[in-house]
Design a protein. Structure first.
Length: 589
């Protein structure tokens, strides 16, 4: 079919364009199957490019159907161009797919106020045509049915019911804000050398070396990176990807953190290089697919935003599905950082608030009507428009049509925002018994349940060592459980001494502390090695020696690095890279 795919997010469209136009097995010649209607171009250039694309679709050798990618905002302009310049009958010649259609409700705060009617204009135009399909994996039908355009037209609803549902493992953490949440993530990463770990039945483990962090604010991202790039130089700006709205304001904000930081226009596809740190704001990630082989997912929910409809927490059903590779064993895990919700509003208070807002909105319309009868309607309309622009959340009024009117979508947004606020525990898990799905293997879960009933630190340490003698492959998971459960003393000893030494020292803290102190005269470089070298990657011997020598020098170790030193940390398989001897890194030693 000839298709117009309309999306609320530019990164989604760029992602689809790259996915289908790149050279691949299914497209060996790099044919431009999809055309992105890019409003950054001037109209003449855009019109010419579109015409050239239509000609390429009719190529006698590589002919293909028309696939147009366009944002909601630009859809009316594209429709004008198709009908006026190229004389298409859109209803007959195209199927229109409105992707991520739940954003019609979620974006009201962004696109339907300040005297704009972007969503209404898009829907008015889309409903002119016959073949329109609104698609969403996380639909909010109850609210869409209240949108005027949906009430005015016959809309058939189809629900796809999936049999192969994968359970999602959720783990929640408290934080005071976005920066505190990131500090928790970074601290664990530097301590362990990975973001997450999964232990396999055969004793091997899989490690997550990449993080995708969903967060509300570009300003929060800037504050985080300013600390970790500029001040402490703990993160390389080249190893950071930022997916947010492409605005001058956002670009300027990121430059405050580091001059080399920029927006990420295209998300890497499968097989391409992925950065360690990817930040996503809620305005951009919808529908954007990630193809990392090992990325972990983190969400920083923030009740301090003006409206919870703008909080990334309400997008968690969408976020869970963003990692697309089946081979990524971490795709069904999600780590949620949340702040306490102190904004619960009961129904009576909300209804009173709604009625007051409607009263002052109708009062403004009445004042305009009086002024209009007296010949001063234009002046009154200008004053009202200025008033709305100064405080867009104060009224339900829109003046874009040349007169003030109640905008039902603004009323709907208030109801949607309130429903999220009241029912937030149904949107994502926050605390208590419902707050953390069991993500530990049975032996570790059994130990976690046993420790509170065990008397004294020596006995707790003895029980932990007993389990690790039986399941040595679970040490990393046991360590994570101990830190998360507050048994830092036990975690400290099993991290710093072999189980055999802890046993030989009789689980005595004084004797263990003395041995650890003696050992610490030699720096522990294991975390540094794990950060520098990634499982599954190939490194030439020269690259290995150079990187290890840098680690040795920084740690004050007087030793000449050899490539074979890496075998102390990884299972290394010999291979070649561009004809040079190299190692392919397997599991960690």
């Amino acid at each position: 079919m000839n298709v117009i795919l309309s999306s609320p997010r530019i990164p989604l469209l760029l992602n689809k364009k790259k996915q289908f136009n790149r050279v691949s097995k299914s497209n060996p010649y790099g044919i431009e199957y999809c055309f992105y209607f890019d409003r950054k171009r001037n109209l003449d250039e855009l019109r010419l490019a579109l015409g050239n694309y239509f000609q390429s679709c009719q190529d006698p050798v590589y002919a293909h159907k028309i696939k147009l990618l366009v944002t909601y905002d630009s859809f009316p302009l594209l429709a004008d161009m198709l009908e006026g310049d190229y004389h298409f009958n859109i209803s007959q010649d195209f199927s229109i797919v409105v992707d991520e259609s739940h954003c019609i409700i979620k974006d009201i705060k962004m696109k339907q106020y300040r005297n704009k009617r972007v969503l209404a204009a898009f829907l008015d135009r889309a409903f002119r045509y016959d073949n329109v399909c609104f698609v969403s994996a996380t639909p909010i039908v109850k609210y869409l049915q209240q949108v005027p355009q949906f009430q005015q037209h016959m809309v058939n609803q189809y629900e796809l019911v999936w049999n192969n549902i994968t359970p999602v493992l959720e783990k929640s953490y408290k934080c005071s804000g976005a920066k505190d949440a990131f500090e928790q993530i970074f601290k664990e990463y530097k301590k362990n050398g990975y973001f997450d770990i999964i232990y396999n039945p055969d004793g091997t483990a899989d490690y997550s070396d990449e993080a995708v962090i969903f967060i509300n604010s570009v300003s929060d991202i800037q504050k985080i990176l300013k600390t970790y790039i500029t001040k402490d130089r703990l993160i390389d700006p080249a190893d950071v990807s930022i997916i947010c709205a492409d605005t001058d304001e956002n670009k300027a904000t990121l430059k405050k953190a580091h001059p080399k930081l920029s927006l990420t226009e295209e998300v890497p596809l499968a097989g391409e290089t992925h950065p360690t740190w990817t930040f996503c704001t809620r305005t951009c990630f919808a529908g954007v697919d990630f193809y990392s082989p090992c990325a972990s997912t983190f969400v920083v929910a923030n009740y301090k935003v003006d409206s919870l409809s703008l909080d990334v927490a309400s997008d968690i059903p969408q976020i869970i599905g963003r990692q697309r590779l089946d081979s990524n064993k971490f795709r069904d895990r999600i780590h949620i950082f949340y702040t306490n919700n102190t904004q619960v509003v009961n129904s009576n208070e909300f209804n009173e608030y709604l009625a007051n807002k409607m009263d002052i909105s109708n009062e403004q319309i009445s004042l305009w009507e009086i002024a209009n009868q007296g010949g001063k309607g234009d002046l009154a309309l200008g004053n009202l428009t200025t008033l709305i622009e100064g405080d867009p959340d104060k009224y339900f009024v829109n003046t874009l049509n040349g007169y003030p009117e109640i905008d039902p979508m603004l009323v709907l947004d208030e109801q949607y925002s309130h429903d999220i606020l009241v029912n937030h525990t149904q949107w994502f898990i926050v605390s208590g018994k419902n707050g953390s799905t069991n993500i530990y293997s049975p032996p570790v879960q059994q130990l976690m349940n046993l420790l509170p009933q065990t008397y004294g630190p020596e006995d707790r340490l003895r029980e932990t060592c007993s389990l690790l003698r039986q399941y040595p492959q679970l040490q990393g998971e046991v360590n994570n459980m101990l830190w998360a459960s507050g048994y830092n003393d036990i975690a400290y000893y099993i991290n710093n001494l072999p189980i055999s030494r802890i046993t030989a020292l009789g689980y005595n803290s004084t004797r263990m502390d003395s041995e650890i102190q003696a050992q610490q005269q030699t720096p522990n470089i294991v975390p540094l090695v794990y950060v520098k070298f990634q499982v599954g990657q190939k490194y030439t011997r020269e690259e290995i020696k150079s990187a290890l020598q840098e680690i040795y020098t920084d740690a004050g170790i007087k030793k000449t690095a050899k490539a074979t030193d890496l075998q102390e940390y990884y299972k290394c398989t010999e291979c070649k890279v561009n004809g040079q001897r190299a190692y392919l890194l397997g599991t960690r030693a």
